[in-house]
Design a protein around this ligand. Sequence first.
Ligand code: UDP
Length: 245
Amino acid sequence: MPSETPGSRKPAYRRVLLKLSGEHLAGDLAHNIDPKIVARLSDEIAEIRSLGVEIGVVIGGGNIFRGSLAEKLGMDRVTADHMGMLATVINALAVQDALEQRGVRTRCLTAMDMREVAEPFIRRRALRHLEKGRVVIFAGGTGNPYFTTDSAAALRAMEIGAEVILKATKVDGIYSADPKQDRDAVRIPSLSYLQVLEKGLKVMDATAISLSMDHKLPIVVFNITVAGNLRKVIDGEPIGSVVRS
Ligand code: UDP
């Protein structure tokens, strides 16, 4: 067998959709955006881009605003969700700026029109950007209230023909129980969409899971807080958990 130097492998995917939560961008801060986290994340995205992988990114907004929480505090839900979607645009611009500073060409596409800030989401345009090697950042979720950016990730992944959703989380994958509360919890390397739905596992929301199930779109859940993990996933290393049929 030819000897393989680390990182000499061909990427396991040609086109991916990376889902980043807003919470991750906040790092240890309760809210807001931690520039150190954004910088590290951008280094890792730049690295996988340099391998030739086409990358779409859907960014959440939970570090700034969550519609469901605001509703509980008495706000009109639709207005609150509009605020949540705007929050995702703030995060998207932060990540776009950091990527561009690293020489990565990007485009930010928003689900709602805000032309002075970003391009509107037009699928064919998104595909063209990807083909040209630009990292495409999808902001504004689905553009509709009552949805989440997880659902936006499933939707955009299908629209751009991504081979996989890479769901970045703060844990090493999907566990049989909450590893923080149960010492016997074990990581499940592979499970079906139905298992996720039936067990009510908090991988992505049910809309995103069922959309992915209907279209047989695999989801890799992995720990983005560990440096190098994104590259490992791209290299096809069996880290995290995979949800597929
Ligand atoms: N949101 C929405 N429609 C969408 C996507 C997001 O209304 O299609 C709003 C919703 O209020 C949500 C907020 O934007 O709480 C932030 O998104 P999300 O909670 O998915 O962010 P994450 O948890 O990934 O940081």
